[in-house]
Design a protein around this ligand. Structure first.
Ligand code: HEM
Length: 388
């Protein structure tokens, strides 16, 4: 049996060169320092794949129509235990994904990993963040229960604040002046086709860039390793380096060209990645079985008594809208777009080679305030999730 398998593997390898591809993939040099922080990227990837698999299962049953959508999910809830768990996994892995992708972004920001030559790693990452948010927002419309319907009413109104083309953009998404059947089919199309068709190739580009430059963006791969007794950063002599550039690709500053401590991706980093990803998948499964995915009463546009509760990832924006005076609301809605533009421009604004966060106060202080602002707004609004 073993000989047959080996022969089949050799046959396959002769035609695909799979052996050398695997060797290249598994024995890549990766950082020793901060390895647990590097598990956030692979955890993001695993959670997205979980979304894809459970999403395919859900499309086998879900009907994107205002008369059938709620009924198809209610059928899962009442009569299909497996389907209900799959729906629960889809929801909870989306929630945890948003949290983990946020942490991955914060870690690459604070460690200075967006600096030359990794500007495009960062820019593709910002694109992925926006797309993942878009998946979460469009997904929230699909159950067509009360929560979904009122979320659709509020969210599809946001494009109306775009200067000049606002009303057109809102009508385009809604398929008319009001939220209705066309809004649901359009949003379903965006959720299962448009966004994934952009998202998955962009993940491929993000990972290809990562492999090109190595995972050595973070300052901790260099700091201390290059510190001489006098406290002056001195790059080690070429013969003292375990690996040579391009880590990162040239041209770049000599100081940030070659990290001192590296190890093989397999088995070191793969083990840590595995521990974190398996832990998160188990957590998702426990939440999916223990809490599941809620389904409120079917959407009723005529109701006047329903108090909509925003999705938790909308809380910072929602809380801000409550706090500011009426005249400033359009300005608050411009804030996320401005934030994304600022993030895209970050590697070109902060061009200094220094990556140590303690030596970059001009970027670290506003960055820390922005993170704190989002956390405080979320905490302030969190009471509403439980109708407090
Ligand atoms: C679908 C979403 C994403 C996936 C699957 C993903 C995956 C990964 C993986 C596996 C790594 C290597 C391990 C690690 O550093 O954790 C990585 C590195 C990186 N990611 Fe992401 N990422 C995503 C989103 C983002 C976002 C939102 C940003 C920031 C805006 C970002 C910026 C970066 C940067 C700059 C690196 C290079 C880090 C270094 O060399 O030290 N990524 N990503």
């Amino acid at each position: 049996m073993a000989r047959r398998l080996a022969a089949a593997y050799n046959w396959f390898d002769e035609r695909t060169a799979i052996r050398s591809l695997l060797r290249k993939g598994l024995y890549e040099a990766v950082p020793v320092r901060g390895a647990w922080f590097y598990t956030l990227g692979s955890a993001t990837l695993i959670l997205i794949l979980l979304q894809l698999i459970t999403g395919i299962f859900l499309t086998l049953l879900y009907v994107p129509s205002v008369t059938e959508a709620w009924a198809s999910l209610n059928y899962l809830k009442q009569h299909d235990a497996f389907g209900a768990i799959v729906r629960g996994i889809h929801l909870w892995s989306a929630y945890i994904l948003l949290f983990v992708i946020g942490l991955h972004m914060v870690r690459t920001f604070f460690s200075g990993s967006y600096k030359r030559p990794r500007e495009l790693n960062w820019i593709t990452g910002v694109g992925l963040f926006v797309l993942v948010l878009g998946m979460a927002i469009t997904g929230a419309f699909l159950p067509w229960d009360q929560a979904a319907y009122w979320t659709a009413v509020v969210v599809t109104n946001i494009p109306a604040y775009i200067p000049f083309i606002g009303s057109f953009a809102r009508a385009l998404w809604r398929g008319g002046d009001f939220v209705g059947p066309i809004t649901l089919s359009r949003t379903f199309g965006i959720h299962v086709w448009l966004l994934p068709v952009i998202l998955f190739p962009l993940i491929g580009a993000h990972l290809a860039l990562l492999r090109k430059h190595g995972e050595f963006g973070s300052y901790i791969n260099y700091r201390g390793a290059y510190r001489s007794r006098e406290g002056v950063d001195v790059p080690p002599a070429p013969q003292q380096r375990p690996i040579e550039p391009p880590y990162p690709a040239l041209p770049t500053d000599e100081l940030w060209a070659a990290p001192l401590q590296t190890e093989d991706f397999y088995p070191h980093q793969t083990f840590k990645d595995g521990v974190v990803s398996v832990g998160l998948v188990i957590l998702v499964f426990i939440l999916a079985v223990g809490i599941g995915a809620p389904l409120e009463a079917i959407a009723d546009p005529s109701t006047t008594s329903y108090t909509p509760v925003p999705e938790w990832f909308f809380l910072p924006l929602d809380e801000l809208l409550l706090l500011v005076p009426q005249q400033l609301i359009p300005l608050v809605l411009v804030l996320p777009a401005g934030g994304v533009l600022l993030l895209l421009a970050l590697p070109f604004i902060d061009r200094d080679a220094e990556r140590n966060p303690f030596e970059r106060p001009a970027v670290m202080v506003p960055g820390a305030f922005a993170v704190l602002f989002v956390v405080i707004l979320t905490l302030l609004g969190s009471g509403r999730l439980f109708n407090l």
